[in-house]
Design a protein around this ligand. Structure first.
Ligand SMILES: [Zn+2]
Length: 293
């Protein structure tokens, strides 16, 4: 019978605050928010399904922030949340700003066209046709709200006015924020090693036969009956293995009753588990059984 082993404490590492994260990484995320605002504004002329469109923008933004965290090994969680706040604000307000700039350009084009026409036939100039110059983004949005926003949905077409338009814009912003927050919160669930500055990643995974799965289940005092059909294992650690190693066993369709999703192992305990995994690799496998990577 195997001597039983128990898990150690999970890694609690958090990336350190660094100048580069503030001076490069954070502005990079905000820059991506601005780029996304431009893409969303341009695409929105052709395809912008109600409610779904801002959700899509939020998902893309959240996924990009998580990817940037992983690629650049940025593990300082408060900085990550700041990036979410700033980039969502830029992505949402940026679309209104681009709409404002577009309206200004259009007004200028109309004004030039009228002046050109007037130079050809001065008597035709109607001063009242000159487009009013907006006093700024706030003034433009207020005029947009007063003119009304048309909402087309499967339930019908509605036109909102005044404060309801502002409310609909706030809802759009919230629908961008929520998926971005959810994606980043999910991304931050992965442990980060503060010592070598790397995110945890799966280092080894594969399928185990019933005998090896039973040995591991016995080690961790998990129900042995789960192991009769074998198991899928996963080992995860930081780049240099300086903090506890995460280990998980899943039993296919069976619920993992009475066992944690991931157990955390120190060096000695990890070596015991790796020894069993290595022995499982050496055993001849049934033809067609999945490889033990
Ligand atoms: Zn490490």
């Amino acid at each position: 019978m195997e001597a039983r082993i128990h898990q150690t404490d999970p890694p609690t590492g958090c990336g350190r605050w660094t100048w580069w994260a503030w001076c490069l990484w954070l502005p990079g995320c905000v820059g991506f928010g601005a780029l996304l605002a431009w893409v969303a504004f341009e695409v929105g002329h052709y395809f912008a399904p109600l409610l779904v469109y801002p959700l899509m923008i939020g998902f893309v933004l959240g996924a990009a922030i998580v990817a940037l965290m992983r690629i650049s090994r940025m593990g300082h969680r408060p900085t990550a949340w700041l990036a979410v706040g700033f980039s969502v604000a830029v992505a949402v307000v940026g679309q209104h700003y681009l709409s404002y700039r577009s309206a200004l350009d259009e007004a200028q084009r109309r004004e030039e066209a009228i002046l050109h026409h007037a130079s050809v036939a001065a008597d035709d100039l109607i001063v009242g046709e000159l487009a009013p110059v907006s006093a700024g983004l706030g003034d433009y949005l207020q005029r947009q709200a007063d003119e009304g926003r048309t909402i087309r949905s499967v339930l019908g077409t509605y036109t909102l006015h005044g404060s309801m338009v502002w409310l609909s814009w706030a809802l759009d912003g919230l629908l961008v924020l929520l998926p971005a927050v959810a994606m980043v919160a999910f991304g931050l669930r992965r442990p980060f090693c503060g010592q070598c500055g790397s995110w945890y990643a799966t280092r080894r995974a594969g399928q185990l036969d019933a005998r090896s799965a039973g040995r591991l289940a016995e080690l961790f005092e998990w129900p042995l009956e789960n192991a009769v059909h074998g198991a899928h294992f996963r080992l995860m650690s930081c780049d240099r293995g300086c903090t506890p190693t995460g280990f998980s066993l899943s039993w296919g369709e069976l619920p993992a009753a009475g066992q944690p999703g991931v157990v955390w192992l120190d060096d000695a305990r990890r070596n015991r588990v790796v020894e069993i995994l290595d022995q499982a690799c050496k055993q001849p496998r049934n033809p067609g059984s999945p490889p033990n990577a």
